[in-house]
Design a binder for this molecule. Sequence first.
Ligand SMILES: [Zn+2]
Length: 357
Amino acid sequence: MANKTQSNLPGAVAAKGFTGNWSRRRWLQCAMTSGMGTAALWALPEVRALAEQVRDFVEGPPVPDVPPVQLSEHVWMVYAKDGFPTAENQGLMANVVFVLTPVGVVVLDSGCSLQVGQMAIRMIKKTTSKPVVAVFNSHYHGDHWLGNHAFAAEYGKDLPIYALPHTIEQIKGVEGNMWRSMMERWTNQATVGTQVVAPNRPTEHGKTYPFGDVTLKVHHYGRAHTPSDLCVQVVQDKLTYVADIAMDNRIANIDDGSYVGTFKYYQALQQATGEQLWVPGHGRASKGLLKAYGDFMAGIYEPCLKAVEKGDSIDVAKAAVLSDPRVAGRAKTMDGFDSNIGKYISLAYLEAEKLAF
Ligand SMILES: [Zn+2]
């Protein structure tokens, strides 16, 4: 039922049975109009309790179901068709992958919000009656782990959530809250109610996790998309979840990453795993994913390196990148190309410069 409190909330937000106490609210109004500063107000336990009550009861609306698709014998994916968050897609911009094992479900990246995580849980429950027994977070960008909140709420705070130590540090630090609030802003508050739930189990390169007769192996070969990108191989299925080190049809954020590191990472990962079905965090899985995205990245980096070696300016490098067939061939169809390519050419040029001198 709509009441006065709810009608003041942003459009996308639905209040879940908020029944605040009017005398308390009137008291708050009086305090506010009497000229008390925000800091002074916040110091009052009464105000803090009310703020917490509101936060507990206000949640963005549920995300509509996306029926999962089966990728291999044990692996399924809740596919995000969009590459970037909007009010319309409620933040559903990254895939949620899950592995059905004899002992329960293992989730590879938990989604972009509490609501996306809740939708993924509904989809998992349609696929199996077994509970979720573990979650892996590939890296610290919030579209891959903000859904942890839903899984911890449903399966308990002790549900193992694995990530590399650097990823855990970032999520517990500034990145965690920054991603939570940015996601709210990008989605016009549709993800409100999502809390930061950091991974609680550090993992490291080379570790294997048996779940009955299904074995998961984790890989990390240095900086690629971020300094701590975890890839998870589902050994029996010849399938590896690579998250954001390669994308299908979206240009990847490389602000915290490295071109040269990405090429090295691909090589080491392919050497360790052999032919795989590569599953990205954004877009569709394919056996040719690393080759295709690697070619695109090389089409950006190599002309920049050449320009740096010849002493050419960044503008010359930009022109060379944009006319490189590996880049030009994808410009029209790649999500985020126009808005990001300039910045990513600059980053490639800077990285080439750093390595050249
Ligand atoms: Zn990312």
